[in-house]
Design a protein around this ligand. Structure first.
Ligand code: GDP
Ligand code: ZN
Length: 458
């Protein structure tokens, strides 16, 4: 692991500046060999690198000047990887950056693997695995809220939470093991009311982290809104209005939206995914039946459902009662309200009239802003995420579910006078599962899975 790696750390393409990052024991030497305080045709002056101080000069390849650059040397451990790091700020442009990189490779640097800088930061103990993952999340954040949670994870909030639990469990394990190893001195293990409270609070904490993962999925992947209703009521038109662009095909022929079409947007920083589903109604047409089944799948996958009806038609009570979910928020919208003076507005049964159906017109845009606000309010109301919350990702959640399983078995065992050896094994397993989250007990497979999600240069 002690070789020196280099990569372009800024995105591909041209911009103001491009950064090359070098990390490893020879990074200062390598940078010094290609850098001069004067251009190549002048008298070469070797740099005197001072850690964390910017040097201005030129990258030279023999007697050609490649680029005018700023160099930032960072002595270990005060660097991104906790190794000696040099960052070269050059003009951005693929050719220039490639050329500097090739110079470094010709002098013995090795091309960095995806995520290798961050992996080194982890292996050198500067960050834990949750913080490494937060780096990827920060880079990929697609909304203000997901950035905020990634940033708090980057500060190690989740790590601290997990390590606190591990410490409680380790102390408990020590007492169990004392009872196993020295039964004469320690006596039989006694399970106190305090133990019970402490262990229960660990289990509760794991449970609420799992719940926060579920809530935060909304914020990472977007809250899924399925728009459904009978053919031709204006689902695609409403979706286009909400998105303020033409995404779904709007046509006057009933049943043309066969495949669900989805798109995303953010409303006040909260990401949404809107899915336009095929028209729901009784039909013999096979293609339509497939479309309707897809619509049902979309409703199952959705977090909120918008059911659209139109004036001049009776309320489709039978279909509605068959298709609508009990366990997620459902809104009704009466579309085509611009036609309402000519046509009867359908009356909703009492069961469906709370919340009050929204009156909209995709044609004129009336009511669409109210609809957006309503969506936002409903979702925010259902999220139980505080401002300083820590948000486990899917990998963390899976480990937490495992850990909770061991906790539950162990606590039942305690109640039922299970043997200490068995109890100790459950506690150990639980500690191991929690440890995979921070990386304390993570296998190589887990590390590879985490770092393979990175791009080169990170
Ligand atoms: P979908 O099958 O439910 O997706 O319906 P579409 O969005 O394709 O719309 C069906 C037809 O209704 C199209 O001809 C639209 O122009 C029309 N339409 C949609 N919304 C309105 C509206 O608010 N007012 C009026 N007058 N027509 C609308
Ligand atoms: Zn449609």
């Amino acid at each position: 692991m002690t070789d020196t790696i280099a990569a372009i750390a800024t995105p591909f393409g041209s911009g103001g500046i491009g950064v090359i990052r070098i990390s490893g024991p020879t990074s200062f030497d390598l940078a010094a060999k290609i850098f001069s305080k004067t251009p190549a045709d002048g008298e070469k002056r070797a740099p005197q690198f001072i850690s964390h101080r910017v040097s201005h000069g030129f990258i030279c390849d023999g007697d050609t000047t490649v680029d005018e650059v700023l160099v930032i040397p960072m002595k270990a451990p005060r660097s991104y990887t906790a190794e000696d790091v040099v960052e070269i700020q050059a003009h951005s442009g693929t050719i220039v950056l490639r050329r500097i990189l090739d110079l470094l490779f010709s002098l013995g640097a090795r091309p960095a693997e995806p995520g290798e800088f961050t992996r080194r930061a982890f292996l050198n103990g500067r960050i834990d695995l949750t913080q490494a993952e937060a780096v990827a999340d920060i880079i990929n954040a697609r909304s203000d809220s997901s950035l905020k949670f990634a940033a708090s994870q980057n500060l190690g909030v989740l790590r601290q939470n997990i390590r606190d639990m591990i410490s409680v469990l380790t102390q408990f394990l020590a007492r169990l093991e004392a009872a196993i190893d020295f039964p004469d001195d320690a006596g039989a293990f006694s399970y106190t009311i305090e133990d019970k409270t402490t262990l229960q609070s660990v289990a509760d904490n794991i449970g609420s982290l799992i719940q926060q993962h579920k809530d935060a999925c909304f914020l990472k992947t977007g809250i899924r809104l399925a728009i459904c209703g009978e053919p031709n009521v204006g689902k695609s038109s409403i979706m286009n209005r909400i998105l303020e662009k033409e995404k779904s095909i709007v046509t006057a022929i009933p049943g043309t939206t066969r495949d669900p079409i989805e798109d995303s947007l953010t409303i006040e920083g909260i990401p949404f995914v809107i899915v336009d589903t095929a028209g729901i109604h009784q039909t013999d047409d096979l293609v339509e039946i497939i479309g309707i089944e897809k619509a049902r799948d979309q409703i199952d996958a959705a977090d909120i459902v918008l059911y659209v009806i139109e004036p001049g038609k009776p309320f489709p009570g039978k279909t509605v009662s068959k298709i609508l979910p009990e366990d997620k928020p459902v809104f009704f919208a009466i579309n085509k309200m611009d036609l309402a003076d000519k046509l009867d507005i359908p009356q909703l049964p009492e069961k469906y009239s709370d919340p009050c159906p929204l009156e909209v017109s995709a044609l004129t845009g009336k009511g669409i802003n109210t609809l957006r606000t309503k969506l936002l309010e409903t979702c925010i109301g259902n999220l139980e995420i505080g401002n300083d919350a820590v948000i486990p990702n899917l990998r963390h959640k899976n480990a937490l579910v495992q850990a909770l399983g061991h906790m539950t078995t162990m606590m039942e065992g305690l109640e039922n006078g299970q043997e200490e050896e068995t109890l100790a094994l459950d506690v150990k397993n639980c500690i191991d599962d929690l440890g995979t989250i921070t990386g304390d007990t993570a296998s190589l497979d887990i590390l590879d899975a985490v770092f393979n999600n990175f791009c080169i240069g990170k």
